[in-house]
Write a protein that binds this ligand. Structure first.
Ligand code: NAD
Length: 488
C-alpha cells in the first residue's frame, strides 16, 4: 500500500465538526488526535467539540426536523440510494481508512464496507414502506386510523470497533423514518464517520439533517444534549456500564432509547457436530475483528468427548495466522485498538491459567510498535475464571468442557448478557431445543457469523433494548398515533 495514497486519503477526510450543513472548527479551537493502532503514529488532528458545539448541533437538527419529516418518502429513499451508490464507488477509500484508524485487516474492512453499505440500501427500500392501518373498531361505532410518525431529533453514539457499520446502522433508518440526527462517533475512530457524512453531503443531504460532533469529552458534551427536551431519541452502541449511565440521563425526559450493549456469546459444540464446520465457525466467530466484536464468541462450550480434538484443530489454525498491520497482504490478526485492550487480554489469560487452564498457544503481548496481542487458545478453563464473565474483546479462544445438554444450556445461559449464541450440532431436534432454551437475541445454528442488514440485530437481558436492521429497525425511529373517527 503506497504511503502517498494513505496521505492523500487522510487529507481528504474533513477535520471539522459538521453542523447545519457547514464544516467548522470547534468553537474553542480545541482538537483531538487520531492514531494508527498498528504503529502508534499520529494520523490526523480534528476538531474536538465543546458542550456549546453539541448544543449548536442539536439546534441544527431541531431546526431541520419539520422539513425533513415532511419530505416525501421517495425523496428520502433516493438520498439514501445515492449514498449507497457513492459508497460502492468509494469503497476502497472507506476500507483503507478503517484499516488505518482502527487496525482491522483490509479484507475485513472491505467486508465491513459491504455490510455497512447494506444498511443504507435496506433502509432506502424500507422508507417508502412506512405505513399505517385503517379499519372498523370491534364495536362498529367508529373507524380507527393508526399512523406512523418520525420521533424527532435523535442523538446517535457509536463505538470504535465497526466505524462504518455502526454509523450506517443508525443514520440510515433515522433518515428513512424522517428523523434528523446528531452523531457522535468514538474519539478513537472518528474519521470514517466524517468521510461518510461528507459522502452524504455529496449525495444531496439537506443542511441540518445530519450533524457530526467529534469530541474527546464524551460525557460533558453528551449529557446536555440527552437532557434537552428537544431531543426525542437516543441510540447508543457500546458497553453496558456506559449504556446504563446514559439511560439514567435519558430517564429525565422519558426519552426513547435503543441500546446495543455488550455480549458474552457462548459457542456450543455438541458431540454430534460436524467438527470441520465447527472449527471454521469458531475461527470466524472469534478472530474476526481480532475478537473486538460484541458478537465475538467469548466462551467455547465443547462436549468433553470432542473438546481435545476441537482444541487441537483450532490451535493449529491459530498458529498459522499472520499478524501485522492490516494493510499488509495476508494479515488476519491486526492490532488491538490500544494498549489497555492488550493489558486486558493479558490479565484474562493470566487469570485463567492461574486457575488451572491449559495455555495451548499464544498468551502474550507482542513487543514493538502498536498494540498487538498473540492469537491465543486456552482449554479446560475452570469455573470462576474472569474470562467466563467478562467480554474478552481480544483474540483469545477459551474452551470449557461440558457433559450433557442440560449442562451446556446452564453454562451458556450463565451470564447477564444475551446478545448472540452459536450452536453446532447435526441434530435438527437438538438445534430446535437450543433455539427454545438459549437466552439470546440472535443465534447462529451451524453458522459462525449472523449479522445481516435484513435481520433484527439486538440482545436480551443486559445486552440491550431495541433492534437495528430488518423490518424492525425503522420502528426504533417511528412513533405510533391512533386516531378514532366517526363512521362515515
Ligand atoms: P464504550 O461504552 O466505552 O464507548 C462507546 C461509545 O460511547 C464511544 O463513542 C465513547 O466515546 C462513548 N462514550 C463513553 N462514555 C460516554 C458518556 N459518558 N457519554 C457519552 N458517550 C460516551 O464502548 P467501546 O469500548 O467504544 O465499544 C466496545 C463495547 O461496545 C463492547 O462492550 C461491545 O460489546 C459493545 N458493542 C455492542 C454492539 C451491539 O450492537 N450490541 C456493537 C458493537 C460494540
Amino acid at each position: 500500500m503506497s504511503e502517498n495514497r494513505e496521505t492523500e486519503l487522510l487529507a481528504s477526510v474533513p477535520d471539522g465538526l459538521f453542523i447545519g450543513g457547514q464544516w467548522r472548527p470547534a468553537e474553542s479551537g480545541t482538537t483531538l488526535q487520531v492514531h494508527d493502532p498498528a504503529t502508534g503514529a499520529l494520523i490526523k488532528e480534528i476538531a474536538s467539540a465543546s458542550p456549546a458545539d453539541g448544543m449548536a448541533a442539536l439546534d441544527a437538527a431541531d431546526a431541520a426536523f419539520p422539513a425533513w419529516a415532511a419530505t416525501p418518502l421517495r425523496e428520502r429513499a433516493e438520498l439514501l440510494r445515492r449514498a449507497f451508490d457513492l459508497l460502492q464507488e468509494r469503497k476502497e477509500d472507506f476500507a483503507l481508512l478503517m484499516t488505518i484508524e482502527m487496525g482491522k485487516p483490509l479484507a475485513e474492512a472491505r467486508g465491513e464496507v459491504a455490510y455497512g453499505g447494506e444498511f443504507v440500501r435496506w433502509f432506502s427500500e424500507e422508507a417508502p414502506r412506512i405505513q399505517g392501518r385503517y379499519g372498523q373498531n370491534p364495536e362498529g361505532t367508529g373507524r380507527m386510523i393508526v399512523s406512523q410518525h418520525p420521533v424527532g431529533p435523535c442523538f446517535l453514539i457509536t463505538p470504535w470497533n465497526f466505524p462504518l457499520a455502526m454509523a450506517t446502522r443508525k443514520i440510515a433508518p433515522a433518515l428513512a423514518a424522517g428523523c434528523t440526527v446528531v452523531i457522535k462517533p468514538a474519539a478513537l475512530t472518528p474519521l470514517t464517520t466524517l468521510l461518510f457524512v461528507k459522502l452524504l453531503e455529496d449525495a444531496g443531504l439537506p443542511a441540518g439533517v445530519v450533524n457530526v460532533i467529534t469530541t474527546s469529552t464524551s460525557n460533558a458534551v453528551s449529557e446536555p444534549i440527552i437532557r434537552d427536551p428537544r431531543l426525542r431519541k437516543l441510540s447508543f452502541t457500546g458497553s453496558t456500564p456506559v449504556g446504563q449511565a446514559l439511560m439514567e440521563q435519558a430517564a429525565e425526559g422519558v426519552l426513547r432509547t435503543s441500546m446495543e450493549l455488550g455480549g458474552n456469546a457462548p459457542f456450543v459444540v455438541f458431540d454430534d457436530a460436524d467438527l470441520d464446520k465447527a472449527v471454521d465457525g469458531a475461527i470466524a466467530a472469534k478472530f474476526r475483528n481480532v475478537g473486538q466484536a460484541c458478537t465475538a464468541a467469548n466462551r467455547f462450550i465443547v462436549h468433553r468427548s470432542v473438546a481435545d480434538e476441537f482444541a487441537a484443530r483450532v490451535t493449529e489454525r491459530v498458529q498459522g495466522m499472520k499478524i501485522g498491520r492490516g494493510t499488509e497482504d495476508g494479515v488476519v490478526i491486526g492490532p488491538l485498538i490500544d494498549d489497555r485492550a492488550v493489558a486486558k487480554a493479558n490479565d484474562l489469560v493470566q487469570d485463567a491459567v492461574g486457575r488451572g487452564a491449559t495455555l495451548r498457544t499464544g498468551g502474550k503481548a507482542i513487543d514493538g510498535d502498536g498494540s498487538f496481542f498473540e492469537p491465543t487458545v486456552v482449554s479446560d478453563v475452570q469455573p470462576g475464571s474472569d474470562i467466563l464473565r467478562e467480554e474478552i474483546f481480544g483474540p483469545v479462544l477459551a474452551i470449557i468442557p461440558f457433559d450433557d445438554e442440560d449442562d451446556a444450556v446452564r453454562i451458556a445461559n450463565d451470564t447477564e448478557y444475551g446478545l448472540v449464541s452459536y450452536v453446532f450440532t447435526e441434530s435438527l431436534a437438538r438445534g430446535q431445543r437450543m433455539i427454545e432454551r438459549l437466552e439470546t437475541g440472535m443465534m447462529g445454528l451451524n453458522m459462525g457469523v449472523v449479522s445481516n442488514a435484513a435481520a433484527p440485530f439486538g440482545g436480551w437481558k443486559m445486552s440491550g433494548l431495541g433492534r437495528e436492521g430488518g423490518a424492525e429497525g425503522i420502528h426504533e425511529y417511528l412513533q405510533t398515533k391512533y386516531t378514532l373517527t366517526p363512521n362515515p
